[in-house]
Design a protein around this ligand. Structure first.
Ligand code: 4AD
Ligand code: MG
Length: 467
């Protein structure tokens, strides 16, 4: 008989049909005549219970020996019949007839025993943590969200473009770049003085891992009208926080013929549709997060799907913050970069839900943002959500060549290196807008997981690149 996943088995009628379960043992409970083995294969949150009735006459010796040595974490195959379950909380179980151990997990050393482990401990055994309820659920939600992102954009005429991972540009002008080189650093260190000769380097000039695919995405939006990227992004930010990784995934839509209000509407529709998808398709996983990780997370997702996002300008936001200055370690003032405490205050205390902050001071935003006529602010937007603060950052782009060049000059940027980017303004320039959603922040948001290192399989952060 074909081998089915536990998710598929649990959707079948419990009509005593013959089934075969393959997976890993979560628990084994022994009663006088019965042995209960909970099997999980990660295809869904639920385990499938396999019940061995020791009073049966027809056990084969192999099964009995295997049952005695079966332990948590072992891989096994259990054959039997799918029957209605007398236990509460599960419709069906397997009346087990055969058992074979496929891979043992010696209980003396297997680290994932029945007791609950701390998230810190599980981070140290990240190669095994996907076998826990929490990380299985995070993985399934991550998978569903990735698919929902493609569904959302594809159904709206956005085309998926693959922007480069290695680049010679600093897209954000923020300087947190990882350099990519084939030069021998040890040889360089032992030689005397003089600048590095990049002509000898692989690309013939300094190269880096990308901090954003936006600039290249803009070139495709100026040809295909609506595009999006979804790929890995790298930032050598030495910030040891629960919201920053050195390697994270970002989704960046870019739309031609679109202004800031179109961008804001897209961001709101996008987040809502992702909440609806996870509520619909990950109900069991979300129920777990709600019960064990973050009370109320399901209610929050429902309310996001139904409410509309608040809007506030940066200038008005700072006024609100100044009125409450006593609440902050970092005193807010016009011109300051909003700190995470400010962002949380705006979304949790002022808006009571997601809020889009627009028109930031140009000095704290990237060179490419469209300049307002006031000469002080740019057409930027950040979407802030409770618990996390910034989840999305974006803007309308400066499509006027002269203004863009002037800004680049002010910032001391090398215009020659961005000639291709300036060409977009020279040939068939258009108003256009886009934003970036941090994928891991989204997963934190929908699961309620507190630390970003627990929503990506193998987190990379300063001093941390295990596995
Ligand atoms: O606000 P950011 O820096 O915007 C950009 O990179 C633009 N190029 C996006 C665009 O307009 N196309 O980053 C966008 C989002 C942030 O709002 C945050 O969710 C996430 O990326 N992000 C990070 N996530 C995890 N770790 C980090 N170090 C992050 N830095 C940014
Ligand atoms: Mg930002």
């Amino acid at each position: 008989m074909a081998f089915l996943l536990i998710k598929e088995l649990l959707s079948l009628p419990a009509d005593s049909r013959e089934v075969r379960v393959r997976g890993w043992v979560r628990t084994k409970r022994e009663m006088k005549n019965l042995v209960f083995v909970a099997m999980n294969d990660g295809s869904c949150f639920a385990d499938i219970q396999c019940t061995f009735d020791r009073t049966r006459e027809d056990w084969d010796g192999g099964t009995e020996t295997a049952l005695a040595s079966l332990s948590t974490g072992a891989a096994a195959e259990i054959g039997g019949r799918l029957v209605p379950s007398p236990a509460s909380g599960q419709a069906a179980e397997v009346a087990a007839e055969t058992l074979s151990i496929i891979g043992e997990a010696p209980p003396e050393t297997y680290p994932l025993q029945k007791k609950r482990h701390s998230l810190e401990f599980l981070r140290e055994i990240a190669h095994l943590r996907a076998r826990t309820n929490t990380f299985g659920a995070v993985s399934r939600v991550r998978n569903r969200m990735a698919f929902a992102i493609h569904e959302f954009f594809q159904s709206r005429g956005f085309q998926y473009v693959h922007t480069p991972i290695i680049t010679t540009q600093d897209a954000e002008g923020a300087g947190a770049l990882f350099q990519v080189t084939t030069l021998d650093l040890n040889a360089l260190a032992s030689r005397k003085g003089g600048p590095v000769d990049y002509v000898q380097d692989f690309f013939g000039k300094p190269a880096f891992l990308t901090v954003s695919g936006q600039l290249e995405a803009e070139t495709y939006a100026a040809a295909l009208s609506r595009v999006y990227t979804f790929g890995p992004t790298f930032r050598a930010e030495n910030s040891n926080t629960t919201r920053h990784l050195a390697e994270f995934w970002m989704i960046e839509p870019e739309m031609a013929f679109a202004r800031l209000p179109d961008n804001m509407a897209l961001a709101e529709d996008f987040l809502k549709s992702l909440c609806i998808a996870v509520l619909k398709d990950c109900a069991d996983d979300l129920a777990f997060f709600d019960a064990r990780i973050e009370k109320g997370v399901v209610k929050t997702l429902r309310s996001i799907a139904e409410s509309s996002f608040a809007h506030i300008t940066y200038t008005d936001a700072v006024k609100e913050l100044e009125k409450n200055a006593a609440a902050f370690a970092f005193k807010p003032f016009w011109g300051c970069d909003l700190q995470s405490e400010h962002e949380k205050f705006l979304t949790e205390k002022i808006a009571g839900g997601p809020v889009i902050v627009t028109d930031y001071p140009r000095e704290i935003k990237a060179f490419y943002m469209k300049q307002n006529d006031d000469g002080k602010t740019v057409r930027a937007m950040d979407v802030l959500v409770p618990r996390l603060g910034e989840i999305i950052g974006g803007s309308e782009r400066e499509e006027n060549q002269e203004r863009l060049e002037r800004r680049m000059t002010e910032l001391g940027m090398d215009k020659a290196a961005y000639a291709w980017y300036l060409d977009l303004r020279r040939y068939g320039t258009i108003p256009h807008s886009g934003f970036g959603l941090g994928f891991e922040r989204l997963i934190q948001y929908v699961t309620g997981m507190a630390n970003i290192r627990d929503v990506i399989p193998y987190p990379r952060a300063a001093g941390q690149a295990e596995f």
